[in-house]
Design a protein around this ligand. Sequence first.
Ligand code: XMP
Length: 319
Amino acid sequence: QWTPGHIIEDAVNRIREQVGRERVILGLSGGVDSSVAAALIQRAIGDQLVCVFVDNGLLRLDEGDQVMRTFAQNMGVNVIRVNAQDRFMTALEGVEDPERKRKIIGNLFVEIFEEESVRIEDATWLAQGTIYPDVIESAGAKTGKAHNIKSHHNVGGLPEHMKLKLLEPLRELFKDEVRAIGEELGLPHQMVYRHPFPGPGLGVRILGEVKKEYADILRRADAIYIEELYRTGHYDKISQAFAVFLPVRSVGVMGDGRTYEYVIALRAVETRDFMTAGWYPLPYAEMAHISGRIINEVKGVNRVVYDISSKPPATIEWE
Ligand code: XMP
């Protein structure tokens, strides 16, 4: 019987054997897989590991600070935070097409990651949080989207001349094992059991052109939504929940005046494999409360709608 403790011990030994005294770099995204990989490698080789965390301005509310708190402050992991918000916003200016947005975000990530990593002297390894389902997926046929994503954190996307050896300590593990060892390594429960978040982040949850103003509105609406789902116990029954920013304005009333503001859509789905999904039947009372809070607390929003589309034919994300 393999326990999380055994898996960790075994992985730690293997990492030490493979890496020796060399240095490892890892792109930390705040997602479960890269987080657990970082914690595990840190356990094995301490500060021979250097993590690069690129804040692209498309993260959730306070996410950048949370990542730094968890890893740098609490766990003593060596993390370089790159504040690249402006670069991403500039690169996305005027771009409306979802696939072009994905490419721009993915390419810029690789570019910035490379700039940082060439400065880390004598790094010879690139660590990735590849897990077993990713390995299977890349062996078979893949959908355009899934493929793009993986390539975004993939060595395949990094320039040849970097010539880094690949370290993938989670390669043989399933998601539930990854979560279990993450908790055992001391990562916060909420981080380890978080819903998946796409690589392009809020970039594909702001429909059409991405602007900082929209991202700020969306972050605040999304944080209220997720906070309420935790508070009411729905979060863990839902596979993925998030808010979407719709860049259309509709008329409303507030006090004696009319408002003309944006729309937030709420999405929550239940799914086993993310290939098909059903919308989650959130009780009306919770919907009413969440909608009321978002409209009252988030300036710029006067209307909230709930997405009742299944996948297929809709996708989980709106872009
Ligand atoms: P869709 O929207 O295609 O999404 O039903 C299925 C799952 O994949 C995630 N997703 C992405 N993840 N980069 C990612 O890392 C992407 O570009 C991307 N697009 C979709 C989505 O959040 C859902 O979990």
